[in-house]
Design a protein around this ligand. Structure first.
Ligand SMILES: Nc1ncnc2c1ncn2[C@@H]1O[C@H](COP(=O)(O)OP(=O)(O)OP(=O)(O)O)[C@@H](O)[C@H]1O
Ligand SMILES: [Mg+2]
Length: 253
């Protein structure tokens, strides 16, 4: 009898949370023994209800919060308590939820701020590299950042994060306030980055669209992982509907 083909080896997790407990005050924990991982070169989508702790996962991973117990691992090494600046140097970049630009500074100046840890002589070529991906930003370099549209501003934030050529990009709700076309542009960009080897951990409320671009989806509920599925299968999963979309199946988009 022929042996069944062995499954393809799973990519090793580049990011792992192992029973992580974290929060903003000692009396109230937001992550409650959260265990999850993200694999190298994939887009992992983190979804869940408001207040579930999605942004807190990203902030804990980026060293803004320190776990009170459990372990956050990056490439197998514990990074509990490692400050953001060192994580940046190790290859993790973070685009937080909301607007994160200096509106009164020029587009160019905002971009340059992403490269503050780079040797000065490298900055121009890195900026050129980023601008090659974002022609709209190149056209607006000398404008005040606040004069750009919401979509352009989000592109600028992503571009700024890419200046350091991160191996891992953490991005929190990139589609907020963007038109459907711009949402697709941002998702397409993230997909291209992942296909070129960047690991993307993305929080997104625009679940149906994001699932089309992601490899894997994790559902967080009250600071715990409630579901972990290949993105392609999740839209049809009754558990997702129960946990996240209001308890009943919706027609496919
Ligand atoms: N800086 C803070 N100080 C105190 N509590 C906070 C702070 N930031 C978030 N929280 C609380 O932590 C919990 C989880 O917040 P978090 O921002 O991680 O949720 P989320 O899943 O990202 O939600 P959303 O979908 O609304 O962005 C919420 O109850 C929130 O009120
Ligand atoms: Mg959030």
């Amino acid at each position: 009898m022929e042996a069944a083909p062995s499954p393809a080896p799973a990519t090793a997790p580049i990011i792992a949370f192992d029973k992580v407990v974290a929060g903003y005050t000692p009396s109230l924990t937001i992550l409650n023994a959260t265990t999850l991982d993200a694999r190298a070169g994939e887009i992992t989508l983190l979804i869940g209800p408001n207040g579930a702790g999605k942004s807190t996962v990203l902030k804990t991973l980026f060293g803004i919060l320190t776990p009170t117990s459990g372990e956050v691992r990056f490439e197998g090494a514990c990074v509990n308590g490692v400050p953001p600046r060192e994580l940046l140097a190790r290859g993790i970049a973070f685009v937080p939820q909301g607007r994160n630009l200096f509106g009164s500074l020029s587009v160019r100046h905002n971009l340059e701020l992403g490269g503050f840890t780079l040797p000065r002589r490298e900055l121009p070529s890195r900026i050129d590299e980023v601008l090659a991906r974002f022609p709209r930003i190149r056209e607006r370099l000398d404008n005040q950042a606040s004069t750009m549209s919401g979509g352009e501003q989000k592109q600028l934030e992503v571009g700024r994060a890419l200046l350091l050529r991160p191996r891992v990009l953490l991005i929190d709700e990139p589609s907020i306030g963007l038109s459907p076309k711009l949402v697709q542009d941002v998702m397409t960009l993230l997909r291209a980055l992942a296909d070129a080897g960047t690991t993307v951990l993305m929080v997104e409320q625009n679940v149906r669209t994001a699932l089309k671009y992601a490899d894997r989806a994790l559902v967080l509920e009250m600071g715990r992982l409630a579901l972990d599925r290949p993105a392609a299968t999740l839209l049809d999963d009754p558990d997702l509907n129960r946990l996240f979309l209001g308890g009943h199946a919706r027609p496919a988009a």
